[in-house]
Design a protein around this ligand. Structure first.
Ligand code: ATP
Ligand code: MG
Length: 423
């Protein structure tokens, strides 16, 4: 029969690879707790309208990348392509903004119908960090410091920071006209997407990946040169805070990001070690979004980090996650011992919380069982035969040394492991 394969661009994370993900997730949890951020878990599916209104109608995501479908009652739903919209929707819906600001984070899968390639998938995972209700550049800086601390804790190097400011909404409108005039004068050089966006959303043209447009984009008027006074102040404040904290950055005047809701600060963390998909993490301020989706006017800022790319970087930089191989592998030989094995393993787990104990399963000779113990990468084999079962003891063999096998009382196993592997 024909086998069934996973959907293109949607990956399994194998047991062999999951330790990288766990290393990242554990580190992220711990770093975010250190800054007082709290986890939240929104659903993966939302009303399509939420993304149309927040991400923006004339973005790549909404125009051509969303997994949208009608459910059985005819509502248009979408697998989330990003998570800020959901966080904001939840905060408004549940009144989280009433008590001042909230600092939240979420880790989970996102879905975009992109062309799958290295570092670009159709189901991918993000860490999403959002601070809602804080106007100042101090919180923009805090988000950048959180990501910087993540790199440090993970032992990652050579990730550089680019920042830019897009200005407040009103200033953006005036700048927009400047941009339309500029690109309008070069119509013949624009591609189909850019021509369309000239009318709907000219800022998007700056984000075009088309190599033939890059020279034109480089010479285009930059948002950061057309800032309103308040945004300019804010941007200076951010730069000051970063210098104060010793975080190196570069101002990239062309940095605009792929979603419409950004105002003011935007930033990206980039690496030269992953090939074309070089953005590990990106974010910025979105002061207009909460009001736009029906909430109270509230300043907000956040970032999203691509976990697949980060895991790849961990591998490239040879950051080795902690071994998760079992501490011990229990082998039973003989009928009586076989009957007791599971119950004995339960008692050992009672005695030794944290111990990773694998119980041998399946048929085979003693030799075959020991071979399985060895292959499990466990440090110790625990061996119980009928005579050990009778005597209430267990044989202990250090599989990673030449020490002779020893025998200890079953009641002593907890103490033994505490001394050997758990302290
Ligand atoms: P890119 O410019 O690489 O398409 P983006 O600007 O679309 O990225 P964001 O929407 O800002 O990305 O998402 C934040 C991060 O999520 C990115 O920096 C990247 O690490 C990751 N990411 C985005 N799209 C994908 C994808 N299709 N597959 C894997 N990771 C992704
Ligand atoms: Mg993209």
């Amino acid at each position: 029969m024909k086998t069934i394969k996973a959907i293109r661009g949607m990956n399994d994370i194998s047991p062999a690879e999951v330790s990288y993900w766990q290393l990242f997730e554990d580190t992220a949890r711990s770093v975010l707790a250190a800054y007082g951020y709290q986890e939240m878990r929104p659903p993966i599916v939302e009303r399509t309208e939420l993304f149309q209104r927040s991400v923006g109608e004339s973005t790549d995501i909404v125009e051509k990348e969303m997994y949208t479908f009608e459910d059985r009652s005819g509502d248009s739903l979408t697998l989330r392509p990003e998570c800020t919209a959901s966080c904001v929707r939840a905060a408004v819906e549940h009144g989280w903004l009433r008590g001042g600001g909230v600092r939240i984070w979420h880790i989970g899968p996102m879905f975009r119908y992109e062309r799958p390639q290295k570092g670009r998938y159709r189901q991918f995972h993000q860490l999403d960090v959002e601070a809602l209700g804080f106007p100042g550049p101090d919180v923009d800086a805090e988000l950048i410091l959180i990501s910087a601390r993540l790199w440090k804790r993970l032992g990652l190097k050579n990730i550089r920071l680019e920042i830019n400011s897009l200005g407040a909404r009103d200033a953006q409108a005036a700048y927009r006209q400047t941009l339309v005039d500029y690109f309008g004068a070069h119509r013949e050089a624009l591609d189909e997407d850019s021509l369309r966006r000239l009318g709907s959303n000219p800022l998007r043209i700056l984000d075009s990946k088309n190599p033939e447009l890059q020279a034109l984009i480089t010479d285009a008027p930059a948002p950061v040169d057309h800032l309103d006074a308040q945004s300019a102040d804010h941007f200076e404040g951010l730069k000051r805070a970063l210098r104060e904290a010793g975080v190196a950055f570069e101002v990239n005047k062309r940095l605009v990001r792929g979603l419409d809701y950004y105002t003011g600060t935007v930033f990206e963390w980039l690496t030269d070690e992953l090939g074309a998909q070089n953005a590990v993490c990106g974010g910025g301020r979105y002061d207009g979004l909460i009001e736009e989706i029906g909430g109270p006017a509230t300043p907000a800022t956040g970032f999203a980090l691509g976990i697949e790319r980060l895991v790849e970087l961990l591998k490239v930089q040879q950051v080795v996650p902690m071994e998760a191989s079992p501490h011990a592998y229990l082998v039973a030989v003989g009928d009586r011992a076989g009957q007791l094995a599971l119950a004995l393993a339960e008692r050992i787990r009672d005695q030794s919380p944290g111990l990773r104990l694998l119980v041998d399963a399946g048929k085979g000779s003693f030799k075959a069982k020991l071979k399985r113990a060895d292959r499990s990468s466990a440090r110790f084999a625990l061996i119980i035969g009928d005579s050990e079962a009778e005597a209430g003891t267990v044989g202990v063999k250090d599989l990673r040394s030449n020490h002779p096998q020893t025998t200890i009382a079953q009641t002593e196993i907890g103490g033994f492991f505490h001394q050997q592997v758990l302290n």
